[in-house]
Design a protein around this ligand. Structure first.
Ligand code: GCB
Length: 620
């Protein structure tokens, strides 16, 4: 055979194999997200995982840049095969078991000096034995979050992949998992890309890795995969929602909903899709509120399966320019938070981290937190439920993304759906935010409107918002307007402003007038100024605590004059890492707008905001 025919034949075989395998690979093993994974019998895979840094992705692509896993006959060079030399002559150029380890859950950047700025691919491997509780049970591999793309392999077989660094996903592994010596291998890639969500540019650190818990969960053959239970829109004592079963033979099954404390029990029957709607009056329901964060033990059961959850019930709606919680006007005394534990370093992930952040927010006098700019870990909303702090959760559509790219929309919508799916039973969560500071264009309006419709189609009981921008009026830049057409589609008109920091000096706040056309409640989702903790000067010395405090005083005076103001979440609770912040001696890689320094010290402005919130709480 001459060289030309051989090359063409090889090309044809590769194309054919890509064509045949790709759709299978994409969907293989993927299952609907299991609600409330911590309520399942789980084997935790947290702990030490071996890792290999692979900046050239030689464990994923062959030297012609074809992914090994699109080749029907995987080769030993593919890292996911976890190959070992069969004899002394064999050449295998990697070895997970001799490679160093990283802790999971944790980002990789904060665990090893050489990974501090690393963006790219790292392979992870963990071995485990697994013994099923009952022969007919099903087994799932569940990840709390992996940033950004995870290609997941079990015992050398690809389960699938997931994109989006902040939301959970799971794969069924019932037929693949063995009693002994299973190995799970992940290729994790956090390379930023123009078409992804978030995109190339963010003002936060792109922490890579398996940043949240990994669990092997076991369920009966037919199990309760999902449930949603909240107060019906507009009602104070009717619970509405659904239960979804997964498995073979899910039609016509009895599902029982029990709230033992209320001596309440209701049975519903599933339809052909395993879905059962719930709508039931529960007179005398004790409602959740920040002053009284009351949670019920709720049990959902079938003849084969049972889950329990701690769920609170509250009403949230808007009326004219008010936000009503359980029918009463409320002011959102908020603060923005990034998902970081600056003191330990790196992404926050644990219940203890959530308690630390929310305790600081509570000390500040907050009844509300804005979890920016992406879905935080599940502990935040659960601890907020217990502490009585209302929550804004946000989709990572930040600044500029590819508004006309359908794939980009799909990625954004998937992350939004996964966020809502996970936290839809949390009473604390009252706002779903679609985006942050996005430019006003017709394409972006369509994109955000479609996201808002998606959110409302799966949860119509919470408020929809987005952090918008404000602009000067042509001819008079001191008159600030919110003219963003997306404001028509939200319940809460929110915007960020930095008058006195990026926009003049703090006393400029005194000259500003507001022209807000929408007759809806207004929320200021950001304002702030950088201060290096411990740096002092007069109130016009940039980076000093005094400047930051001055700016807070002026801003609070200014926004207090907006008649429909119903809350704010200044930027930000704690200093956070950002590669955009390079000023030596001041920033050194940190955004310094925290009211608390990265070492945990409260800056002067912390007390200014606290005082403001004390005054506000006397009025509401
Ligand atoms: C903003 C962004 C936020 C930044 C902040 C700042 O408007 O929403 O992500 O970190 O400004 O510090 O500039």
């Amino acid at each position: 055979m001459n060289k030309c025919i051989t090359t063409r034949l090889c090309g044809f075989i590769i194309i054919l194999s890509v064509f045949l395998c790709y759709p299978v690979i994409r969907s293989q093993g993927q299952t609907p997200l299991i609600q409330n994974i911590n309520n399942r019998a789980v084997l935790s895979l947290n702990g030490k995982w071996n890792y290999i840094i692979d900046p050239y992705e030689m464990g994923y692509y062959d030297y012609r840049a074809i992914p090994f896993d699109e080749n029907p006959k995987p080769q030993d060079r593919a890292f996911y095969t976890n190959a070992k030399p069969k004899d002394k002559s064999e050449r295998i150029e990697y070895d997970f078991d001799k490679s160093p380890t990283l802790l999971v859950p944790r980002d990789w950047n904060s665990q090893d000096e050489k990974l501090l700025y690393y963006e790219g691919t790292i392979w992870y491997k963990k071995s485990f034995n697994y013994h099923k509780d009952a022969a007919g049970n099903r087994v799932f591999l569940h990840f709390g979050a992996v940033n950004y793309r995870a290609d997941v392999y079990l015992n050398g077989k690809k389960l699938g992949y997931h994109k989006g660094g902040f939301t959970p996903f799971n794969f069924e592994i019932t037929d693949l998992v063995a009693e002994k010596d299973n190995f799970v291998i992940l290729r994790v890639c956090n390379t930023r890309k123009a078409e992804e969500v978030p995109t190339l540019n963010t003002d936060w650190w792109n922490y890579g890795g398996i940043t949240r818990d990994v669990n092997v969960a076991e369920t009966p053959a037919v199990f309760i995969c999902d449930y949603f239970l909240q107060l019906k829109k507009g009602s104070g004592d009717v619970l509405k929602g659904y239960v979804k079963l997964n498995g073979q033979g899910i039609s016509g099954k009895e599902v029982r909903l029990t709230i033992p404390e209320m001596k309440f029990e209701k049975t519903v029957i599933t339809d052909d899709a395993g879905f059962a709607a719930i709508e039931v009056a529960v007179p005398g329901l004790h409602r959740w509120s920040p002053e009284d964060p009351y949670l019920y033990d709720v049990k959902i059961s079938t003849s084969m399966d049972a889950v329990t959850d701690r769920i609170g019930f509250r009403m949230v709606e808007t009326s004219g320019m008010d936000i009503l919680l359980n029918g009463k006007p409320v002011f959102l005394r908020g603060i923005s938070i990034h998902e970081e534990n600056a003191i330990r370093g790196g992404r926050a992930y644990s219940r203890e981290d959530a308690i630390m952040l929310l305790t600081w927010a509570r000390e500040l006098g907050c009844n509300f937190v804005r979890l920016a700019h992406y879905p935080h870990n599940e502990n935040l909303a659960r601890v907020a439920d217990e502490m009585g702090i209302m929550v804004w959760e946000e989709n990572p559509v930040y600044w500029t993304i590819q508004w006309t790219n359908q794939e980009t929309f799909n990625t954004a919508a998937t992350q939004l759906k996964e966020m809502i799916s996970r936290d839809k039973n949390r009473a604390s969560v009252i706002v779903w935010s679609m985006a942050n500071e996005t430019p006003v264009t017709p394409e972006r309006l369509t994109f955000l409107k479609n996201l808002a419709d998606t959110a409302r189609s799966i949860d119509n009981v919470r408020l929809i918002s987005a952090a918008l921008e404000q602009h000067g009026t042509p001819g008079n830049e001191l008159v600030r307007t919110i003219e963003d057409p997306f404001a028509q589609y939200v319940d809460l008109v929110s915007f960020n402003e930095y008058i006195g920091w990026y926009d003049g000096l703090p006393d400029k706040c005194r000259k500003i007038e507001w022209n807000i056309l929408f007759k809806k409640p207004v929320f200021i989702s950001e304002f702030g100024a950088d201060a290096l903790g411990g740096m002092h000067g007069d109130s016009l010395t940039r980076w000093s605590e005094e400047y930051q405090q001055y700016m807070y005083r002026e801003t609070l005076g200014m926004i207090g004059k907006i008649p429909q103001l119903r809350g704010c979440s200044p930027w930000i609770l704690v200093d956070f890492r950002s590669p955009r912040r390079v000023l030596p001696g001041i920033q050194d890689g940190w955004n310094r707008k925290g009211l608390i320094s990265e070492t945990g010290n409260k800056k002067k402005a912390f007390y200014t905001l606290k005082e403001f919130y004390e005054t506000i709480s006397k009025k509401y």
